[in-house]
Write a protein that binds this ligand. Structure first.
Ligand SMILES: [Fe+2]
Ligand SMILES: [Fe+2]
Length: 348
């Protein structure tokens, strides 16, 4: 239902207000009036108006000043203002427009002229409000669609990672439990690292289980060999890092990108003696450094076909020895400080 337009008439002579109301009454507008500038400003701040008819010559605050103050106010500036005045000199007219007035009617005026100009301003103002409303709802709709699309892309990536991880469990020597624990340990290290964002923490949690995805392409007799690998077999085994990078490097999606970094850098060592690139220190991506520590710590604390499970204390001692050689010293400190949470993950 369209409500009546609210019109404020500002004039220090009440007879003038009456004349205007008589002309406009056939349009079924709702009227308010003010007899001076100060009163007008108070009303405008309290109520909604669709149009202001403003006299110029008033005691204290004149119409120009009232207009300037309204147009300076972000919330009020769009309300159309028509000056209605006996002044016809060019200076007044130009001052009225300079101060933000939308129209200027000089007295005496014809009833039709006032009606037509009032209608024009009201229609313009209504159209502007409608357009703004439409714009806002369009922007909201677009934002919603964008959010839906990006969460769908995110879900697709997570699903793909889950499928690849399961494939890895079937084909490689890693158990599903190991992959889950590495994800949780990596997340814990990331969460307590001073320069890792919440988003990166989320990426590392989902991408860490993919660290050995390259093993899918390693010949099964090497992958499942009960004997200690000879040097040639070890060289082939090490290619699981570069192979993974070859599968994943073309994606620009954040989870796959994270998985690519982790898979290709989780065997790099802090002192540069790791593989495949021999990167050192902070040249190794933080994702690679984190998963390197989480992966080794979990392997130490669990039984493998070639070794028994070490106690947490034995494993910590080993990690401490490797601090600054194999592992990032900051991450080793985090692991030690959070040993209670680490133990809970390890024992799960
Ligand atoms: Fe590996
Ligand atoms: Fe692993």
């Amino acid at each position: 239902m369209q409500l009546n337009y609210q019109i404020l008439i500002v004039d220090d002579i009440s007879e003038n207000i009456q004349v205007v109301m008589n002309i406009l009454k056939e349009m079924s507008y709702d009227f308010s009036f003010a007899l001076n500038g100060k009163e007008a400003l108070e009303l405008i701040k309290k109520n909604h108006y669709d149009l202001i008819l403003l006299d110029v010559m008033m005691p204290d605050l004149d119409g120009f000043e009232v207009c300037r103050l309204i147009k300076e106010d972000k919330k009020l500036k769009d309300i159309p203002i028509i000056f209605l005045t006996a002044r016809t000199d060019i200076d007044s007219i130009s001052k009225a427009f300079r101060n933000g007035g939308n129209d200027y009617i000089s007295k005496p005026f014809h009833a039709e002229e006032l009606l037509a100009r009032v209608n024009t301003q009201l229609q313009l103002y209504t159209a502007k409000l409608k357009l703004e409303k439409k714009n806002t709802s369009l922007i909201t709709e677009i934002t919603k669609k964008e959010n839906r699309l990006s969460s769908e892309i995110e879900m697709n990536q997570k699903e793909m990672i889950a499928i690849l991880t399961e494939l890895m469990e079937v084909t490689s020597d890693e158990t599903g439990q190991h992959l889950k624990r590495v994800a949780k340990l990596s997340q814990l290290l990331a969460k307590n690292h001073p320069s890792i964002s919440e988003e990166e923490e989320n990426i590392i949690f989902h991408a860490a289980p993919m660290h050995d995805i390259g093993k899918i392409a390693i010949p099964l007799d090497i992958l499942h060999s009960p004997e200690t690998l000879n040097s040639e077999q070890r060289t082939i085994m090490k290619t699981h890092t570069t192979l993974a990078n070859r599968f994943l490097k073309h994606s620009n999606r954040k989870f796959i990108k994270g998985a690519s970094i982790i898979a290709s850098q989780h065997h790099e060592k802090w002192d540069g003696s790791g593989y495949p690139q021999g990167l050192a220190g902070e040249n190794i991506h933080i994702f690679g450094r984190i998963v390197a520590l989480a992966d080794v710590f979990d392997a130490l604390t669990h039984e493998r076909h070639y070794k028994k499970a070490w106690t947490i204390e034995e494993s910590i001692n080993y990690i401490k020895k490797e601090k600054g050689t194999h592992f990032d010293p900051t991450l080793v400190e985090i692991l030690i400080n959070k040993i209670d949470e680490v133990s809970q993950i390890i024992q799960a």
